[in-house]
Design a binder for this molecule. Structure first.
Ligand code: IMP
Ligand code: MG
Length: 179
């Protein structure tokens, strides 16, 4: 385990099983369709790469980069679109993939923005859900794990852009972000 990690919250093995399950669920739900999988950068890139390989359908992918955090562990409240989609989503079945649903600000703003572009449907998939910190209500169509209110790193999730490459999801030692 990384020296800045306090403990493993969700192991690599548990993640693998859950991603397979989510992929199978999406495969069933979108039978006969060709969904567009939209990853929110940068946190979703590891989850997304495993998830699309668990979806046994023809699908396309695109990415959107948004930022609200910086070097902090709480949302700043406003969202900046750094990279928009390259795909026209009108008439498409869109699945937005996010690493974690926390305050709900990021995902709800993104979903509102994408709905204006008239997709045939839009659903949301997040690997992690921290319901204790919700400020804006948002229903997840696909959810991996509900977790307690602790700051986690690994499997794509960062603190100050580090730790995204850890294979497990770990709780960050509080002294790392209080120092
Ligand atoms: P929200 O707008 O508060 O829902 O924040 C969602 C974004 O905050 C996610 O995409 C993550 O990038 C980041 N985030 C929230 N909680 C954590 C965490 O525990 N670890 C790492 N990033 C987090
Ligand atoms: Mg993020």
């Amino acid at each position: 385990m990384h020296k800045d990690a306090e403990r493993i919250l969700v192991s690599k093995k548990e993640i693998t099983a859950k991603v397979k399950e989510l992929g199978a669920q999406i495969t069933r739900d979108y039978k006969g369709e060709e969904p567009l999988i939209v990853g929110i950068l940068r946190g979703s890139f590891v989850f997304m790469s495993d998830l699309v390989r668990a979806i046994k359908l023809d699908c396309t992918v695109d990415f959107l980069a948004a930022s609200s955090y910086g070097k902090s562990t709480t949302s700043s409240g406003h969202l900046k679109i750094i990279k928009d989609l390259d795909t026209n989503i009108e008439g498409k079945h869109v699945i937005v993939v996010e690493d974690i649903l926390d305050s709900g600000i990021t995902l709800s703003r993104i979903v509102d923005m994408l709905k204006v572009r008239k997709p045939a449907s839009i659903k949301v998939c997040a690997l992690l859900n921290k319901p204790d910190r919700r400020q804006i209500e948002l229903d997840l169509d696909y959810c991996g794990f509900v977790i307690p209110n602790e700051f986690v790193i690994g499997y794509g999730l960062d603190y100050d852009e580090k730790y995204r490459n850890l294979p497990d999801i770990c709780v960050l030692k509080p002294e790392v972000y209080t120092k």
